[in-house]
Design a protein around this ligand. Structure first.
Ligand SMILES: NC(=O)c1ccc[n+]([C@@H]2O[C@H](COP(=O)([O-])OP(=O)(O)OC[C@H]3O[C@@H](n4cnc5c(N)ncnc54)[C@H](O)[C@@H]3O)[C@@H](O)[C@H]2O)c1
Ligand SMILES: [Zn+2]
Length: 372
């Protein structure tokens, strides 16, 4: 089978792969379901595994959009189930995780159990099955704060933000050498890792577990560090939903989207169909043996959180955003991905422009509210 893959200069290159059978954990979720569609559309054979966690799903039935696929309802922490499912599988695409930032340390066991123990059980089962290819859903949260430069001292690790600065509306972090306010830079994959939340710590631990597995077995891993993913099937208005979903839910209720700080926080909003595309490219092109290769997954076209709220308000014909100041303790100021490695290593270039993705998101179907 031949695929045509966009190159970084707007052209395409041909790419040959055979069809593969892919186990997608978390395949009923927001991102996993799009990965399943993309892989199936490209002629691959997919099987989904999902526990339909009550915190993520509104019903105990798989969402309608998974109906076209083979789906097994079960838990990735169930070793026997994995043993029965892995026979005949060529690649595992591991999307299953508990997401969101967590509320307080009482939810740490749940994050660690699903995200890290679950990954450990999966890796052991892959080892028993002699399976060597893993695509892992990682996250930009492994970086913590983004990358910053001081006009005087170049790239520096920023100081934690002071409450007095936040209260005075100075949201940018300061230089540890001279106290100047810093400018953001693009974060490359080799940037220091500094997870700030329970969730972030468990996402980084997934990478470490997978890297150890690759070293021990000669297996290979793409760790895809997704930035801010948005698009159809996003969960609706829950504490676990991303900012795009919260803005849209407010607008659908006739309310203005509420934007923290001054709205100038920089992010990279990447459309979920582009995240599915890079997963397919990673399934089709093995990483080098024995290592985990981390790759940023982003659009390469950063925008502020305020831009997102303004565009979405216009697309929904709703009230203009309310900029309310303040900052939450775990919030980082700017995180902007460097897209170069994804282009170079996987031939990935995001296809959905911000304006088009946001306009479509204004009316896109979202996932039902969670069961309480
Ligand atoms: N949404 C984002 O912006 C974003 C950003 C960075 C990384 N990620 C990562 O992408 C992946 C998918 O996230 P999503 O946004 O689609 O979340 P989601 O909640 O929609 O999907 C996760 C799915 O995994 C399932 N799941 C969780 N634990 C399981 C277990 N133990 N066994 C079987 N199934 C289980 C859930 O039922 C759910 O369907 C996650 O690994 C997440 O950490 C997401
Ligand atoms: Zn300085």
């Amino acid at each position: 089978m031949t695929y045509r893959v966009a190159d970084d200069r707007g052209g395409v290159r041909a790419h040959n792969v055979g069809d593969v059978r892919v186990l997608i954990t978390g395949g009923a979720g927001f991102i996993g379901s799009h990965v399943a569609d993309e892989l199936a559309d490209r002629g691959h054979d997919v099987v989904l595994l999902d526990a339909l966690l009550p915190k993520a799903h509104g019903t105990a039935e798989p969402p309608l959009w998974t109906k076209r696929h083979e789906i097994v309802l079960g838990d990735v922490r169930n070793a026997e189930l994995l043993d029965s499912m892995l026979s005949g599988v060529d690649v595992v695409c591991h999307q299953a995780a508990v997401v969101g930032h967590g509320i307080d340390p009482s939810d740490a066991p749940e994050y660690a159990s699903h995200n890290d123990y679950g990954t450990a059980v999966l890796l052991a089962a892959m080892h028993r099955a002699g399976l060597r290819r893993l695509v892992l859903a990682s996250s930009m949260v492994v970086y913590g704060e983004g990358r910053y430069a001081c006009p005087e001292h170049g790239v520096v690790r920023p100081l934690p933000r002071r409450q007095s600065d936040v209260d005075a509306g100075n949201y940018d972090p300061r230089c540890p050498c001279c106290d100047a306010l810093l400018d953001w830079r693009k974060v490359p994959e080799e940037a220091p890792l500094d997870p700030r939340s329970t969730y972030a710590a468990t996402k980084l631990a997934q990478e470490h577990l997978a890297a150890a597995w690759a070293r021990q077995t000669g297996g290979n891993v793409w760790a895809l560090r997704y930035h801010n993913v948005y698009g159809p099937r996003m969960p609706r208005d829950t504490p676990y939903a991303g900012v795009a979903s919260l803005f849209r839910s407010a607008l659908r209720n006739g309310q203005a989207p509420t934007v923290l700080e001054d709205g100038r926080q920089m992010r990279d909003f990447v459309h979920v169909t582009d995240v599915a595309l890079i997963n397919a490219l990673a399934v089709e092109q093995p990483a080098p043996d024995g290592v985990l290769e981390a790759v940023n997954v982003c659009s390469g076209d950063p925008h502020t959180v305020g831009d997102l709220a303004t565009e979405l308000a216009a697309a929904c014909d709703g009230p203009a955003p309310l900029i309310v100041g303040g900052a939450r303790p775990a919030d980082v100021r700017h995180v902007v991905a460097d897209p170069a490695k994804a282009v170079e290593r996987l031939g990935f270039k995001a296809q959905v422009a911000f304006a088009d993705g946001v306009a479509d998101f204004a009316t896109a179907p979202l996932r039902d509210p969670v069961r309480s």
